[in-house]
Design a protein around this ligand. Structure first.
Ligand code: ATP
Ligand code: MG
Length: 892
């Protein structure tokens, strides 16, 4: 049975039982504690914690998941994919254990003709929480045990396990409860008897049923937590690994051989000329390739681009590891253009967005492979230097910092470093490398969490939000009288704040725009008689709650007090200008580069905007000015700006552009410029019509990571100011050069020409002067053993000029046996030695003499018999150098 069919059957089974079908959330769903969605329940978390009211009593989904912790395991175990699909059914206070177990059992063992999966009930094992592990369950989860027995499971296939295995919590205070895992026995060929407690490879976990029935007040570890109270309405959360069920039903030995993955392995085998199944190490490499290519495809489809931080870094690693694994299989040509389309063909039946995003994802992946290939070339050089250094120092291993630098800066995977080091006869300090990697990982995680102004501990915010979301009145009102609902300091609720304190203030309603959709937060003040706070930042750290970070300048702020919230109108108008201008730039870019151009991020604040988009090459100067032209034409055309709320589906049908990774509700706000000229989903604040933007001045265009370009622009007054200062610069230049602005270029070109001619003239003069002095130098020549020896110091004369003099002297004395030795140089001494042909016939070689002289200067030298150059560090020893050369001449 195909994987897509199993998915369909699962969802149908629960839809038939009344569950609402919820589409998979994006892998980069907005959860500040996670890099990627890693379980089916993630999008439902607010319903389980009680932060939001579920819009349906029961739901089912097939959720895309990525678990980065499993990256190193892929291909080695048989059951872990970095990307996998988790089927789930969820009940929010509707049914509980009985329903969960009955539904699961019905689907697993129901006949295939009746829509079930048709597993043999005799192969099913389950685990449940056993007795004695938790005071609230002294006899274990007797309810679950009893229910499994009712399904017909004998007691010996119901295994009792501890809290680590069979109690679930979120790692933070909130819901928790016992769980029950379902396993399928793959048979004696795969391991010993004894059930999952003995062997989790033979007995394969396919489904976990979580019974949330308690509220936890503290969680110290998986098996160490405090129970606050039983949940008034218990919930069900289940997760079934789709790929695991697929490989069982397709009679395969591992997850990578299912229909959605295996053809990539076959392609890898074909490209490398290796046979899958012939060699264990090669097999693992092919599985890594197949897994990573698929995960990469799914991540890119959801808007992740390869990069060096957090999410982009995980994607980069996945893509690079697959390229690297193919190299180890002997393929050195680009591989992603061969492999990625295979994975696309396999996955797009279940995920049509793969096809619509393909132009963007494929070019991004191929560009990443190209840049990795360059990396490999560069990294190999760095590696060679590191090896040489290690060997020269007599070390038997490469430093962990070097391995880490190769990894971090050059994207060199550690296994590559290990292997190449082994080839060079060296080990690698892995412990140090691992420590540095740990630090790096922590940074990536902190990165995901460090939302400006936010904090990971959201408990205080959630408490405040329970009283309702903060209505945003700022589309129309900038000055509102409200009430202080709460004050948060360092993540804790407090009741007051005094002058100098920086606190977070939550109001009943607010005119302040919280940073979102690329638009920076509003500025302004909070005031009451005798009280004044300046707003520094405004964020929404949990959904729907607006938090004003502010410093108390005067008076005492207390919870419950009435307060006036005033947005700085000038700053707000500037923000609106910049935000509307950002939409104009987006539309203009699409007009210029085509509809495949895709926003990859933006930021705007009064007077400034930047906009990131996908493109693999820079905008040419012509395109830049064309872009600026289109943008400013749209400003002059004075397009009307309207915002309309409508259902998401309607906005999509109208072609409104959405931002990747952004979470949209059922009702969205669509901002239009001149009707269909620009349509974007956007919650930001805008001007009434584009003419209010005034002016947009494109100030830069550049790369921000592979495949992403950024344009930056100044808006309105800032653009005028920029132009004004450029004009001032031009007129100062014109004054200085005593010409008219329109003659400036001519004038500068002419000046440059004159300068060049003058420099040439100076050089000629100097040479003539140097060569004119040759006779004076010859006059001081001495005879040494029948050779004319001309020696002189020419302090401050450049190396090139010393050479000219040396050659001039040699020519002048060509008829006799002569040796010329000159020391000159500017910062450092330079030594030149020249010999004439008759001198060389006597066995005098410039190359040898220069070494003798340079040694006196603290350096080295070398060259041919007729002319040689050397240098050193100590110019004060010029006379000693010349004397040493003289002494080295044949003395008779
Ligand atoms: P395991 O112990 O095998 O890693 P888990 O306890 O981490 O599994 P859960 O967090 O309970 O798994 O997830 C629910 C289901 O999702 C599991 O029963 C399994 O079928 C599936 N699953 C979990 N991790 C993976 C993975 N990396 N690849 C494929 N399926 C997975
Ligand atoms: Mg796991």
């Amino acid at each position: 049975m195909k994987t897509a069919e199993i998915r369909r059957r699962f969802l149908d089974h629960f839809v038939r039982a009344g569950h609402t079908l919820v589409p998979s959330a994006s892998l980069v769903y907005n959860d500040p504690t996670l890099l990627f969605v890693n379980a089916g329940m993630v999008p439902f978390k607010p319903y389980f914690t009680g932060a939001e009211t579920p819009p349906f009593p029961t739901a089912t989904s097939c959720q895309k998941c990525v678990r980065t912790l499993d990256i190193e395991e892929v291909g080695k175990t048989t059951r872990h994919g970095t990307f996998f699909q988790m089927n789930g059914n969820f009940s929010f206070g509707e049914y509980f254990k009985e329903g969960a177990i009955r539904h699961a059992w019905g689907l697993i063992t129901g006949s295939q003709e009746s829509g079930g999966l048709g597993f043999d009930g005799d192969k099913v094992w389950v685990t449940v929480l056993g007795p004695g592990y938790h005071p609230d369950f002294p006899d274990g989860d007797v309810e679950a045990i009893e229910l499994w027995k009712q399904m017909g499971l004998p007691a010996d296939r119901i295994q009792l396990r501890d809290l680590k295995d069979n109690y679930w919590n979120m790692g933070v205070p909130g819901p928790g409860g016992p769980c029950s895992e379902i396993y399928i026995d793959r048979g004696p060929a795969f391991g010993p008897e004894g059930g999952p407690a003995v062997d989790e490879d033979r007995f394969l976990e396919i489904w976990n049923l979580v019974f949330m029935q308690q509220e936890l007040s503290a969680v110290r570890a998986k098996d160490d937590f405090d129970v606050l109270r039983p949940l008034p309405k218990p919930n069900i959360d289940t997760g079934m690994g789709l790929e695991r069920v697929a490989y069982l039903m397709q009679g395969k030995d591992n997850l990578y051989e299912i229909d959605q993955i295996f053809p990539v392995i076959e392609k890898a085998a074909e490209l490398s000329g290796k046979r899958y199944g012939a060699d264990h190490d090669d097999d693992v490499r092919m599985r890594v390739v197949a897994d990573h290519v698929r995960s990469g495809l799914m991540l890119m489809t959801d808007g992740v681009t390869p990069g060096n931080e957090a999410r982009g870094y995980v994607l980069r690693r996945l893509l690079r590891r697959s390229v690297r694994a193919m190299r180890l299989l002997g393929v050195h040509d680009p591989v992603l253009p061969e492999l990625l389309p295979v994975s696309k063909a396999l996955m797009e039946e279940s995920y049509p967005e793969i096809a619509t995003e393909w132009a963007r994802t494929s070019s991004s992946a191929y560009a990443e492979e190209e840049s990795f290939r360059r990396t490999l070339a560069a990294g190999t050089q760095i590696f060679d230097v590191a090896v040489t250094q290690a060997k020269e120092a007599g070390a038997s291993e490469l430093g962990g910092d070097q391995a880490f630098q190769l990894h971090d800066t050059y994207g060199f995977p550690i296994d590559l470093t290990l292997e190449m080091a082994a080839e060079a006869g060296l080990a690698v300090d892995r412990a140090e490398f691992t420590r540095l990697m740990g630090e790096q990982k922590a940074r990536a995680k902190a990165d995901a969490r460090a939302k400006k102004g936010g904090t990971v501990n959201t408990a205080a915010y959630r408490t405040l939000r329970d009283a309702g979301e903060t209505p945003f009145l700022g589309y129309t009102d900038l000055d509102v009288t409200s009430r202080v609902r709460g004050i948060v300091a360092n993540g804790q609720l407090v009741t007051n704040a005094l002058p100098g304190d920086v606190v977070e203030v939550i109001l009943d309603e607010t005119p302040f725009y919280a940073e979102a959709g690329g638009q920076d937060a509003d500025a302004g003040v909070l005031t009451a008689p005798g009280l004044q706070l300046e707003v520094l930042d405004v964020q929404r750290p949990v959904q729907g709650l607006v938090v004003h970070k502010a410093v108390v300048n005067e008076g005492e702020l207390v919870t419950g007090a009435e307060i006036r919230a005033e947005v700085d109108p000038g700053a707000r108008f500037g923000a609106a200008q910049a935000h509307t201008a950002t939409h104009v730039v987006n539309a203009a870019l699409r007009q210029l580069l085509g509809a495949a151009t895709h926003q990859a991020g933006s930021y705007n604040k009064p007077g400034y905007l930047r906009f990131d988009f996908n493109a693999h090459e820079a905008l040419s100067p012509t395109m830049r000015s064309e872009l600026e032209g289109i943008v400013n034409e749209a400003v002059r055309d004075d397009f009307g700006v309207t915002a309309t709320e409508m259902p998401l589906a309607q906005a999509k049908a109208l072609g409104a552009q959405a931002m990747f990774g952004e979470k949209y509700g059922d009702v969205v706000r669509m901002v239009e410029l001149n009707g269909a000229w620009s349509r974007e989903l956007c919650g930001g604040t805008h001007v009434r019509s584009t003419a209010q933007i005034g002016l947009v001045d494109l100030i830069g265009e550049g790369s921000v990571g592979s495949g992403i370009r950024r344009v930056e622009a100044l808006v309105s007054t800032d653009a005028f100011t920029q132009f004004a200062s450029e004009r001032a610069l031009v007129s100062t230049l014109a004054d200085t050069l005593k010409t008219q602005p329109d003659q400036l270029v001519d004038r500068v070109e002419r000046l440059l020409g004159q300068l060049k001619a003058a420099e040439k003239q100076i050089a000629d003069l100097r040479q003539r002067e140097l060569l004119g002095n040759l006779d004076a130098l010859v006059a001081h020549a001495v005879q040494v053993g029948g050779v004319t020896f001309v020696a002189a110091t020419l302090p401050g004369v450049s190396a090139g000029d010393v050479r000219t003099v040396a050659i001039g002297l040699r020519d002048k004395l060509a008829a006799q046996a002569a040796v010329i030795a000159l020391v000159g140089g500017q910062a450092k001494p330079v030594l030149l030695v020249a010999t004439t042909a008759p001198a060389r016939e006597r066995g005098v070689a410039a190359g040898r003499l220069v070494g003798v002289g340079a040694a006196q200067l603290g350096g080295k030298g070398g060259g041919k018999d007729d002319l040689a150059q050397g240098g050193g560090t100590d110019a004060s020893r010029a006379e000693e150098a010349l004397a040493a050369i003289r002494a080295a001449l044949p003395q008779s």
